[in-house]
Design a protein around this ligand. Structure first.
Ligand SMILES: [Fe+2]
Length: 474
């Protein structure tokens, strides 16, 4: 259904055509001249205007020429009683969509309006689609604009991160550097232009290392990992620097794979580490030398037990190792082995070297040596319980030992190991008051008295050690 305006100065034509159109289901309005027709058209909502051309005061051509200015979509059908080529062509030039010659029958007007309506609908649809398209275009442009801004901001951020990063960053393609940041240039002493396209071999102190590294990196990348390692680079001025290097795969937009490298100059740190290690080694050597010197001084006072401290130290260390103790604990046991009898320095050498049996008084003096040793050693800040192990090395599991009469877990593991090594070594060696009893006798002693006097685990470990290498420790 359409809204159709009929403009004609002839009332009979207006009414007849209106009637034809109403019968066809359309809504029809009427105007008797151009002026009133334009007034109605300005109200809007018309689909088709059917107008006579020749009317008093103004022509129908003038009507639709003006109407088109405020309603470009309205369809125009002109009617004339004087059909000439000039009239028809003028109407078409002015923008008429159809042309009817009077008298106009019912079919002719209905068909013409129907056609006009179809064209109008097509035009409306076209405009709707154009508007939609425009809207879509605009929103698309907005999205693109926003995304471009975000991307540019991110790109700028990444660029400044790349340039100003405090670590060297570069990209390698086919063993050549294709990008390098300021820090990487500074590290190797080349300009960014000199580095561009440069073979990576020239960066390494040993050029062939680059290929080895590339193969290792490819293997790591295949497992989904990255490669981190310490290596050495040669600067442009020939100076070799130590470098921590991290290589990660980078998928290129153009296709293929590159490698990003992150490099940190660790030369100063490594040098500091070496100095610390060197200092620690020297300190350890000094301490070891001092302990051996003290031990040697002790032996001079008690020549019958020469080598006892060293052998106890070695055997206790081996027992601890057999028991699976850490290297640090073993070091403490070894030192305690060397120093466990240091308290004998306070025992007169006549008693130490007395060939016969000792009386109670003399025994009491001898039995004071763990406490005296403890008092001496406690003044040294060992990181291991050397003084404690010295104090407890004559304690026994059943509480029969001295000086504290401690039992089982009251005795520290270092002292329990030391006790086994001390007894086995002492029984295997000569003493002023008796000849050596021998290794087998010593082993039998600790085996029989394990759990009552000696730590069973230490005893078992000691037997295993002595059976494995009988000549090494005694
Ligand atoms: Fe002792």
């Amino acid at each position: 259904m359409a809204r159709v305006l009929i403009v004609d100065d002839e009332p009979s034509i207006r009414f007849t055509l209106s009637e034809f159109l109403r019968r066809d289901g359309h809504e029809a309005g009427m105007a008797e001249d151009v002026e009133s027709g334009l007034a109605l058209l300005r109200q809007g909502g018309w689909d088709v205007v059917v107008t006579d051309i020749v009317m008093p005061r103004a022509s129908g051509v003038e009507l639709f020429r003006q109407a088109r200015q405020f309603d470009p979509d309205v369809q125009v059908i002109v009617m004339t009683g004087e059909p000439t080529v000039e009239t028809a062509s003028e109407a078409v030039r002015a923008g008429a969509n159809d042309y009817l010659v009077k008298p106009i029958g019912k079919n002719a007007i209905q068909r013409a309006v129907g056609n006009a309506l179809r064209i109008k609908k097509l035009n409306d649809e076209k405009r709707r689609l154009e508007a939609l398209n425009r809207q879509y275009q605009e929103s698309l442009e907005k999205i693109v604009e926003t995304r471009t801004k975000t991307l540019k901001a991110r790109e700028g951020l990444l660029q400044s991160l790349f340039t100003a990063a405090p670590v060297g960053i570069g990209i390698m393609e086919d063993h050549r550097l294709t990008a390098a940041n300021d820090e990487l240039c500074r590290m190797v002493g080349y300009t960014v232009e000199e580095l561009a396209g440069r073979s990576c071999d020239t960066l390494f102190a040993e050029p062939e290392e680059c290929r080895r590294l590339a193969e290792a990196a490819a293997a790591r990348f295949a497992e989904g990992g990255v490669l981190s390692l310490e290596t050495r680079w040669r600067r442009k001025d020939g100076v070799v620097r130590e470098v921590f290097l991290r290589c990660a795969p980078l998928q290129l937009e153009k296709g293929g794979q590159a490698v990003t490298i992150t490099a940190l100059d660790i030369t100063d740190r490594k040098e500091a580490e070496r100095q610390i290690e060197d200092g620690a080694r020297k300190l350890h050597d000094m301490m070891d030398g001092s302990i051996r010197a003290i031990s040697a001084a002790l032996e001079m006072r008690d020549p019958y037990t020469a080598g006892h401290e060293r052998r106890v130290a070695d055997l206790a260390h081996a027992i601890g190792a057999e028991m699976g103790l850490t290297a640090n604990t073993l070091e403490g046991i070894r030192i305690a082995g060397y120093l466990h009898d240091i308290g004998k320095i306070a025992v007169p050498s006549e008693i130490l070297n007395k060939p016969g049996r000792l009386n109670t008084y003399e025994l009491d003096i001898i039995k004071a040596h763990p406490q005296i040793g403890y008092d001496i050693l406690t003044q040294i800040s060992f990181v291991w319980p050397v003084a404690q192990a010295t104090l407890q090395h004559h304690e026994r599991l059943d509480g029969s030992g001295y000086p504290g009469g401690l039992r089982a877990d009251q005795i520290i593991p270092e002292a329990r190991i030391l006790a086994v090594a001390d007894v086995v070594e002492a029984m295997s060696s000569h003493r002023p008051y008796r000849p050596a009893l021998g290794r087998e006798c010593a082993i039998q002693e600790v085996r029989q008295k394990k759990e009552t006097l000696y730590d069973p685990q230490a005893v078992e470990a000691c037997i295993r050690v002595l059976e494995a290498e009988p000549a090494k420790y005694l």
